[in-house]
Each structure stands twice: as C-alpha cells, then as structure tokens.
Design a protein around this ligand. Structure first.
Ligand SMILES: NC(=O)c1ccc[n+]([C@@H]2O[C@H](COP(=O)([O-])OP(=O)(O)OC[C@H]3O[C@@H](n4cnc5c(N)ncnc54)[C@H](OP(=O)(O)O)[C@@H]3O)[C@@H](O)[C@H]2O)c1
Length: 346
C-alpha cells in the first residue's frame, strides 16, 4: 500500500492579516502547517483562530538564520507574509532555500523583487527549489494577463498595468508600513521597462485611463508595479509600465509615521478590485485583460497557497521565476474562479 505524504507549508508572518487568510486556506485544503514568527503567543492565537490544532509552532527571529532554517526543515514550501520586504524579506527567503524548501511571498515591492531575481535565482537553482516572489492580488494576475494579452496583439506589445479599488476602502497597516518604508520609491513611480531596460523617471505614457465600467477617464500616474520586472522575461514587449489613479498616489505619497500609526490595524471589509492589463500592439490596437477580485488580502493569501501547492507538486523548474514562466497562465487564472475571482480578455 502506498501512502501519500501531506504537503507541509511553513508560514512566516502567520499572525498578520494576510497570514490569517493563508492559515484559513491551509486548513480548508487539509495541508499541514508550520507557523514561524517572533512571538509564540501571537502564533498560537493565529493557529487557534484558524482551527489548526495540529500546527507546529516555532519561534525564530529574522536575525537568526540557523533557527529559521531549522524551523523550515520538513516544509515543502515557505510562504512569507511580512511588511516591508526591502527591510525584512531576505532572511526568510535565504533560510527557505537553505532548508531546501520552495518559496513564495506577498511582496508588492519592485526593489525587493529585483534583489530576488538578481541575487537568489542562482542559489535557488543550485538548491533545486523554485522561488516566486510577489504573489499578490496585483502582481500575479498582472504577470499572467500580460502573458496572455501580449500574444493577442502585433508585437512587440506595450503593456500598461493598473490596480483599481472598486470600494475605495483602506488597506492594512502592514501595507501602509510597506509604503512608508519605501516612500521615495513609491513617490517616484519606480521603474518602468522600455527598450530592453528598467528605467526611472518619465511620467505615464498614457496619462488617462478609462477603467472597466467607467464612461469618463481617470487621471493616472506612474506607479512601481513589480510585474514591470517579470513580464519582459516571458513576453515580447517594447514597454511595461504600472499606473494608479493620481488621487491614490497623492494619498500614499503623503504617508508619515504618525498617519500610519493612527490607521486601523485591519483593512476595510469591502476591498473589491479590478486588476487591468492593457496590451497595445505595434499597430495601436488594444487588448484588455481584467481580473476582478473580492478582497485584496484574502485573494493574495489564496494565490500564495495556490502557488505553494503547485510548487510542492513540482510544476515549476528551479530558480527564481515569474509566475508565467512557472505555470500555465490560463489554467492558474481559471483555478481562481472557485474563489469568486474572475478573469476576462476583452
Ligand atoms: N497588492 C499588494 O501588493 C498586497 C496585497 C496584500 C498584502 N500585501 C503585503 O502583505 C504584507 C503583509 O501585510 P499584512 O497586512 O498581512 O501585515 P500585518 O497584518 O502587519 O502582518 C505582518 C506580519 O509580519 C510579522 N512581522 C512584522 N515585522 C516583523 C519582524 N520584524 N520580525 C518578525 N515578524 C514580523 C508580524 O508578526 P507579529 O505578530 O509578531 O507582529 C505579522 O505576523 C505586506 O508587505 C503587504 O504590503 C501586498
């Protein structure tokens, strides 16, 4: 008789908002969980809240590499759900690789993703594990939609990515801390990709966008979207740029430590969104891809668990990869419909 080994997922940052959603999904799928973090009581409370009675709980601070590696040993995949990856992210990634586990996270930071791709890909490959960073409601669908839409226009395609909150609700304190940690980068609009290189400066090539369901255009500004780094790896593109409504960028750009401290810990209940990818062909024709989601934090958590399960199954080759390099884009997007996350190409 053969027995099937239960997939084991370690979560660092399990006591946070996104971490809580991740634990709930691990329980729903019957996966074994290892909760790792800096505070045993908060980890225990998170395990109890998710009814993960059999979960292993291990305290390991970010500064203790050996403790992190020991905590992750036996895990098939490590999911990291931390704020401000530029400051906090590397220890968990390095330890996951050294523990021989695949890795994914919910980072929304271009600067962290650049480091992951430049510094950790060879290490992951040597260890025989796959790293997919930036699996959020924003980055993963944008990468997959760009793969699909860019192939429907005359190449090379010009890609514009935008994330539109449909409820106007506020995000989590963890997200606000992330923006604060990289405030200058967010204010600057970060990198766009043009003519074979990542570039800073320059304003949005399309200063207005008419979002799905709107009749009037919205004024937009350049925004540091992580898929700017991943899309050119798998698709023939002349440019890739992220934009956001200028009113949102003005709000984020005004964050101070005092404002972030005064924000509620939990995000708004209604966080529906559209993630929009426009691909313009060299003839000017446009194909639009849209993912409509339910809740940015819940959806990011569901996406990381979906990614983790696929990595544990061995679907992707070793190294640090873009989502569309690792998986079949349409199949992953289809698999999200069970969660009320829908997609379409117009
Ligand atoms: N679209 C997007 O880009 C998107 C969407 C969703 C989420 N996210 C990202 O997801 C991340 C998490 O957000 P969240 O709202 O879940 O944050 P959160 O509620 O503040 O949770 C943060 C977690 O990280 C842990 N943590 C924080 N600093 C730590 C440190 N120095 N050492 C060890 N553990 C530490 C916390 O543990 P303690 O309990 O010990 O404090 C907690 O478990 C953020 O980076 C956010 O930007 C991005």
């Amino acid at each position: 008789m053969t027995t099937t080994k239960t997939t084991t997922i370690a979560v660092y940052g399990a006591s946070g908002i996104t971490g809580g959603h991740i634990l709930g999904e691990l329980r729903r799928r019957g996966l074994a969980a290892i909760l790792v973090g800096r505070d045993a009581a908060r980890l225990r409370a998170a395990a109890d809240a998710a009814e993960l009675t059999d979960a292993r709980i291990t305290v390991a601070a970010l500064g203790d590499h050996d403790a992190l590696v020991a905590a992750f040993s036996g895990a098939d995949v490590v999911i990291s759900a931390l704020p401000a990856y530029v400051d906090n992210g590397e220890p968990v990634l390095a330890a996951a690789i050294d523990a021989g586990a695949h890795y994914t996270d919910v980072s929304g930071e271009q600067l962290f993703l650049k480091r992951v791709l430049d510094v950790y890909s060879a290490r992951a490959e040597a260890a025989g594990v796959t790293v997919i960073s930036g699996v959020t409601d924003n980055s993963l669908p944008a990468d997959l939609l760009a793969y699909l839409t860019s192939r429907r226009v005359a190449g090379p395609a010009e890609i514009v990515i935008s994330h539109l909150s449909k409820s106007g609700g506020n995000g989590s304190k963890g997200s606000a801390r992330t923006v604060l940690a990289g405030l200058d980068w967010f204010r600057s609009g970060g990198w766009h990709y043009a003519d074979g290189e990542l570039r800073t400066g320059a304003t949005a090539r399309h200063p207005e966008m008419t979002f799905p369901g709107d009749t009037a255009p919205t004024v937009v500004s350049k925004f540091p979207q992580p898929p700017v780094l991943t899309i050119p790896r798998h698709s023939e593109v002349s440019s890739v740029e992220g934009v956001v409504a200028t009113s949102i960028l003005d709000q984020l750009g005004g964050f101070t430590a005092e404002i972030v401290d005064s924000l509620p810990e939990t995000p708004s209940a209604d966080l529906r969104y559209d993630l929009v990818v426009d691909a313009y062909g060299s003839d000017g024709a446009r194909v639009r891809g849209v993912v409509s989601g339910v809740d940015s934090y819940r959806d990011s958590a569901l996406l990381t668990v979906e990614t983790a399960v696929r990595l544990a199954r061995g679907e992707a080759k070793p190294g640090a990869l873009a989502p569309a390099e690792a998986f079949d884009a349409a199949r992953v997007l289809d698999s999200l419909e069970q969660f009320g996350i829908t997609w379409r190409i117009e």
